[in-house]
Design a protein around this ligand. Structure first.
Ligand code: NI
Length: 400
């Protein structure tokens, strides 16, 4: 017998319960840092299992399940928050809260982690150490719930960490429905860092016929937009993925008035920490000195978002081994990194671990919209799969 025997069967037996939990959470979504009812629900449910959770933050909680033998500690993390989106999915358990929706599948992640808890409690004797289960708030909103939980001490005594994300559609090439029964987990950088910037160019307003008496903020800001595209093309290693996007440009009052001010906002994405630093430096220098060259001034607000998510090869291989053993080699799909961001990255900066993408798409069940879409839906048959994989992976990481 090895850790994991019978887990698929036990997880399948929990299907009805997993679906019920997930639908309850789906009907009662809460925004980031406001997951009070969700946390209360989790606390009640866990106490029903005989678990005594640690609640050190306003929302979110964690607890340990100890095995009979002492050993290392593996963290299993689920995020619990919803998004400010009006649900358009036509399901009986539709969001009961206007403008709030579990459109990223975190209701599923939460149900899966409850399932992991149940499965581990049934197998306490097989735990060669300790599993800490974390229900983490606020994945969807900067500065993120992960750093808050780390400050609250969730990683104290933890050696390795695992987590997953449900995905009905492949967010990497070649795209398309990512069906139930499939998973993907790549080594190294898997998801990007995502920064946000806001630039205010201040010139001097004036009459459209008298440019010599003014400093044209629009003329200056257009040079800034063009120059920013040189960061990726001329200043970043061509073998490193990077993006600079200016998403908004607002300026001006009237056709015959020189605009005194222009405001740009945008995002910067990269995988490598040194590329990240370099892009911020370049952006600041280009904006400042371009403004200066035109006699304008610039205010720059540059907000570092989540860091790149980097999987550790060793732990990733253990998780892939579990998927192969439980669901066959075909269950694993090749994937490439994606430019989306995820705050589990902070946990993986502190501890080695792995984050897998779990297929939950189905054309038939209309679960064929990408994460964050107002019609986002999942094929709930992915729930027992997620619970089985995370449970077996935690056991196996402790065993080796
Ligand atoms: Ni998400």
């Amino acid at each position: 017998m090895s850790a994991g025997d019978g887990i698929v069967t036990s997880a399948e037996a929990l299907s009805g319960q997993l679906t019920e939990w997930r639908r309850h959470l789906h009907e009662h979504p809460e925004l980031s840092f406001q997951e009070h009812e969700t946390t209360d629900f989790l606390e009640r449910t866990l106490r029903g299992f005989g678990v005594d959770p640690v609640r050190k933050t306003e929302t979110g909680l964690w607890f340990d399940i100890e095995g009979p033998r002492s050993g290392r500690t593996v963290l299993v993390r689920a995020d619990i928050d919803a998004l400010p989106i009006e649900e358009e999915a036509d399901v009986p358990y539709r969001s009961g809260r206007p403008g709030v929706m579990h459109a990223c599948g975190h209701d599923g992640h939460t149900a899966i982690a409850l399932g992991v808890t149940k499965l581990l409690l049934e197998r306490r004797g097989e735990i060669a150490g300790r599993v800490r289960v974390l229900f983490q708030p606020a994945e969807e909103k900067l500065p993120g719930g992960a750093p808050m939980m780390i400050r609250a001490g969730v990683l104290e005594g933890v050696d390795e960490a695992i987590g997953l994300h449900l995905m009905p559609m492949r967010l990497w090439a070649p795209g398309g429905v990512f069906p139930v029964g499939r998973a993907a987990l790549i080594d190294g950088p898997a998801m990007a860092a995502a920064e946000e910037f806001r630039i205010r160019i201040r010139g001097v307003g004036g009459h459209g016929a008298a440019p010599h008496t003014a400093v044209d903020a629009i003329a200056c800001a257009t040079q800034v937009v063009n120059a920013l595209q040189h960061i990726v093309s001329r200043q970043v290693d061509p073998l490193q993925p990077a993006v600079v996007t200016v998403g908004t440009f607002h300026a001006g009052y009237n056709f015959n008035v020189i605009a005194p001010q222009a405001e740009l906002t945008g995002t910067v994405r990269a995988f490598d920490e040194s590329v990240r630093d370099r892009m911020e430096e370049s952006l600041r220098r280009i904006v400042r000195q371009t403004a200066d060259a035109f006699g304008a001034t610039a205010d720059i607000e540059y907000i570092r978002g989540y860091p790149p998510l980097v999987n550790a090869a060793e732990q990733a291989e253990v998780v892939r081994g579990v998927i192969r053993d439980l669901y066959g080699t075909d269950a694993l799909e090749a994937a490439v990194p994606m430019m989306g961001a995820e705050d589990f990255a902070y946990i993986l900066q502190e501890r080695p671990g792995a984050f897998l993408w779990l297929g939950c798409g189905s054309e038939e069940l209309k679960a064929a919209y990408a994460n964050h879409h107002p019609k986002f839906a999942i094929d709930e048959r992915a729930l027992p799969i997620g619970a089985a994989v995370l449970t077996a992976a935690a056991l196996r990481l402790l065993e080796r």
